[in-house]
Every structure is written in structure tokens, then in C-alpha cells.
Design a protein around this ligand. Structure first.
Ligand code: AMP
Length: 293
């Protein structure tokens, strides 16, 4: 596609982005929002395309949100590639990018945060304390700033989607939340801005994440429904990478995130593993074999 065919506008202030969205709303144009932290890849662009298919104005926010990073996490080294991101967005036809500074998003005297409760507590919530408070707070702020009709998220961050859905339902936010499938590299690795931290050898070892999910899927398709058996097999696959450090490997109810003991209905297999100090997450939905009558 010719990148010059459509040029994305760049808004860096809340006043600028509001001017764009207010004009569109007055004209009756449906507004889609794709929240991102930038360092864009095909996973992000799939959300942009989903928005373009449904909305007349697609806003892509690019904001490395400091409040969702813990003190020992990678906030300062998180990749920031704004010029390239804007080129990718233009080629995809996103109409507006919103890339504010942290000082534009957060007043120094702020004191309100959003705590979503149970669904935000296990898995990512347990290993990244405060993470979902930062996510829910910034997503609600983006919803209030942009006032989109529809917001697009990736199932790569499955728990994040449920946290946002819970917040939208509980706080009567007038936004439709869409979840889009995980985009993977041809060898199975889920695309992530953090993949660029990996050395070529670690990049190969990182395939244990998707292989472990594939193994879980195979077992369930073969009729295995004992969660302990599946978890042990998933762990064995992960441990074939000698430096893998497991935060969690879990089989949970995809709505509540409570642990599943047997695979009796749709179940989320989710994992977070550090390879060469890079923390990677991945997941897949497992469906038990329909009973043979
Ligand atoms: P991030 O920039 O990592 O905060 O991601 C922004 C949005 O893109 C989130 O909704 C992610 O779930 C989504 N996303 C990231 N990676 C992928 C992927 N590989 N496939 C689909 N969506 C993704």
C-alpha cells in the first residue's frame, strides 16, 4: 500500500485529539480507538484494520503508560519508535495518532485510580502488583478523552480484555469492547514489542511458550481433562528452555480467572515466562472435546 495515500494526523495534546473527535462525532462518524504503547507490529496493525473495517475514524493512542509498570520493570528501556509507528499507521490508513507526553496525561496532583477487583487479582495481577490499576486508569482516561464508539484490544493480553470489560460494565462506560485474535510469527511466537529484546538464540528458546500451549490444546483434543496432567506437560515443554523462569502456567475459567481443575468447558491456558530476562506472555482458549453420544 502506498504510505502517502493517507497520512495519519498526530495529536500530542488532549485539546488536539478532542478537536478531531468532536468534529467527527458531529459529522456522525463512528469512532474506533486502538490503545497501544507503540513499537507497533502486525499484532497492533490487526487491531487498526479491525477498527477501519467498522469505524469511519480510527484513533491509535501511543503512550508508554508509566503507571502500569512496576518499579523493577522495563519502563525506561521500553522501545519507543514513534517515527516508524507513524509510518506504519499511515500505511494502514489510521486517521489519527494520539501520542501524549506523560505530563499531558497525568496531572501532578492526581489522586483517582480505578481498581477492578477480582478479575484483576490472579496471574498478571499477582506477578505485577498495581499493573491493572495502571491499565484500567489509563484506559478509562483514554475512553473519556477520545469517547470512542468501539475500542479494540488483542487477546494476547486476555486478562487485560476482561479487566477492561469488567470496568466498562461496572462503571457504565458507553464503549463497545472488541477482542481480536493473537497474531503470531510464522513459527508460532506471539508478536510482542518485547520480542525485540531477545537475542537470536533466546528468540528460538522463546518458542517454548507457544509449543506448550499447543501441547495443552493437543491433550484436550485427545480427551485429557485433568488440569494437573495438562499443567505438568506444559511445564515440561517450558523447561526444555534451560534459562526459562516461570511466573505462572495456569488453566483458568476465562471469565472469572479462577483455576480450573477439570477441563469441562472453555478454559484459558495462560503463561508468563522469562527468557533471558525478557518477560513474555501467551495464552490460548481450550475447548473440551464434545462428548460422544
Ligand atoms: P501494547 O502496545 O503491548 O500495550 O498492546 C496494545 C494492544 O495490542 C493490546 O490490546 C494488545 O493485546 C494488542 N496486541 C499486542 N500484541 C498482539 C498480538 N500479537 N496479537 C494481537 N494483538 C496484540
Amino acid at each position: 500500500m502506498n504510505a502517502s495515500a493517507s497520512i495519519s494526523k498526530l495529536a500530542t495534546t488532549i485539546a488536539q485529539i478532542r478537536a478531531e473527535t468532536i468534529a467527527a462525532r458531529r459529522a456522525g462518524v463512528k469512532i474506533g480507538l486502538v490503545p497501544t504503547m507503540g513499537a507497533l507490529h502486525e499484532g497492533h496493525l490487526s487491531l487498526v484494520r479491525a477498527s477501519k473495517a467498522e469505524c469511519g475514524l480510527t484513533v491509535v493512542s501511543i503512550f508508554v503508560n508509566p503507571t502500569q509498570f512496576g518499579p523493577n520493570e522495563d519502563f525506561s528501556k521500553y522501545p519507543r519508535t514513534l517515527d516508524n509507528d507513524l509510518k506504519l499507521l499511515a500505511a494502514c490508513g489510521a486517521e489519527v495518532a494520539f501520542a501524549p507526553e506523560a505530563s499531558e496525561m497525568y496531572r501532578s496532583d492526581r489522586s483517582t485510580t480505578v481498581d477492578v477487583g477480582e478479575v484483576a487479582e490472579p496471574l498478571e495481577g499477582e506477578f505485577r502488583p498495581g499493573h491493572f490499576r495502571g491499565v484500567a486508569t489509563v484506559v478509562l482516561k483514554l475512553f473519556n478523552i477520545v469517547q470512542p464508539d468501539v475500542a479494540f484490544f488483542g487477546q494476547k493480553d486476555f486478562q487485560q480484555v476482561q479487566v477492561v470489560r469488567r470496568m466498562v460494565a461496572d462503571l457504565n462506560v458507553s464503549v463497545d469492547v472488541r477482542a481480536c485474535p493473537i497474531v503470531r510469527e510464522p513459527d508460532g511466537l506471539a508478536m510482542s514489542s518485547r520480542n525485540r529484546y531477545l537475542s537470536p538464540a533466546a528468540r528460538r528458546r522463546a518458542l517454548v511458550l507457544s509449543r506448550s500451549l499447543k501441547r495443552a490444546d493437543e491433550l484436550v483434543r485427545q480427551g485429557q481433562c485433568d488440569a494437573a496432567v495438562i499443567l505438568a506437560e506444559m511445564r515440561a515443554v517450558i523447561e526444555t528452555a534451560e534459562d526459562a523462569r516461570i511466573d505462572y502456567i495456569a488453566l483458568v475459567d476465562p471469565e472469572t480467572f479462577r483455576p480450573a481443575e477439570t477441563i469441562a468447558g472453555p478454559t484459558l491456558a495462560a503463561l508468563a515466562v522469562k527468557i533471558e530476562n525478557t518477560r513474555l506472555i501467551d495464552n490460548c482458549l481450550l475447548s473440551p472435546r464434545a462428548p460422544i453420544l
